[in-house]
Design a protein around this ligand. Sequence first.
Ligand code: CA
Ligand code: CA
Length: 470
Amino acid sequence: MKRILLSFVIFSVLVASLSGCNSKNNIREFSKDDMIYFILTDRFYDGDIDNNYDVDKNNPKKRHGGDLRGIIQKLDYIKSLGSTAIWITPIMKNEKDGYHGYWIEDFYEVDPHLGTLEDMKELVKKSHDMDMKVILDYVVNHTGYNSPWLDDENYRDWFNENKTISNWSNQEEVENGWLAGLPDLNFSNVEVREYFIENALWWIEQTGIDGMRLDTVKHVPRDFWSEFVERINDKYPDFFFLGEVWSENVRYFKSYSDTGITGMTNYPLYKGIITTFREYGNTNNLKTAIREDSNFTNPSMNGIFIDNHDNIRFPSIHRNNPVEYHKQALTFIMSYPAIPVIYYGNEIGMDGHDDPDNRRDMQWDNIEGNEVFQYFNFLSNLRSEAVIREGSFNLLETDNFTLSYIIETPDEFLLYIINIFDRDTIVELSLDLPDQEVRSVLDDDVISISNNLLKIDLKPLDIRIYRGTK
Ligand SMILES: [Ca+2]
Ligand SMILES: [Ca+2]
């Protein structure tokens, strides 16, 4: 009996170690327990001054010198935040001022400002050694403005006709128009489709990355994405795709989850977050987005975020109390069952208005003393607990000025109560829980649940998290 049990244990351990790791290329599988740290490489950390040509740190639209070696040097920091994956902006060779990586000149070369293919391989290898995965941003919709293909006879049928997108509700225009004047690639041409599938496989084989963030998904036909995902997953079954579908329309958004893309940057929830955690906000917006989220096939594989390189940084939305609202929004995304995508600087409350102001250089000074940083680390530690990993998330009935939810397993629970109003308030929650005293995980506060009711006085912009047993 003992021997059978032991071999079962050994077998289970074997299966567990194999299932987290694809046999080809050692690709590591993603789950909702991941946390992605998103880096705009040029703005993160300058690890090699020898590649700093074309750099002008005073100009927000020019290169600032950050590079792959800089990320390698900061891997300990990234890991310390609780990150399990790193998403980096495209590394393909860009035209002169393509500091962000989205103006690609050569799809098969690493941009020399960022480093070399060897640097990229080292970044992936070292990340894997630290149990972190790497996601490469991948662009197929367009080339840079001055692509050499534009003047080459052989590529004559590779581009769509030069038209701007004027009607954004016309899908044909959205797919075939030139986005921001960028030469738009023609995906009805089989050569273009094959080129990008082969190119993507080349990057995976060369570098060992675990996933791709797919840029401008809605500007490329859905049938291409289905083929792209299928062909790559044929070869690398656990390879992860995070699709950027920039739309708050739930039905439209859902139509892309049917293409096979693993998860998407959840813009409907983002909209709920930024209209709730703000002055004169309304928690109904987020509550509705949460209810609609359950319509998606696999909502927990979507990326959840408070801002990114295309949107105003979260604290800059707020005239008053930016730090308090920032903490509230972080509290939500670090407890909701989906994959938090932390844009570099979220963890220290970096601000910045629209592009390119939302792409300022990472602020490395006095991080340890930063109030938001300490709170973020608290949230990250809490997120690693079994109750959040295994528990189910349930919204509780409250008024429009408070958000409350419970995350529960059969044995224990965490109860979240957030006051988005800048004034005192009293909340009464109806809870199907045994009578008990519940203890705050943030301070010494203890409150009582009695006869399935909990009554609590909240301070302005309060965040309370309590732990209890079932
Ligand atoms: Ca550099
Ligand atoms: Ca297009």
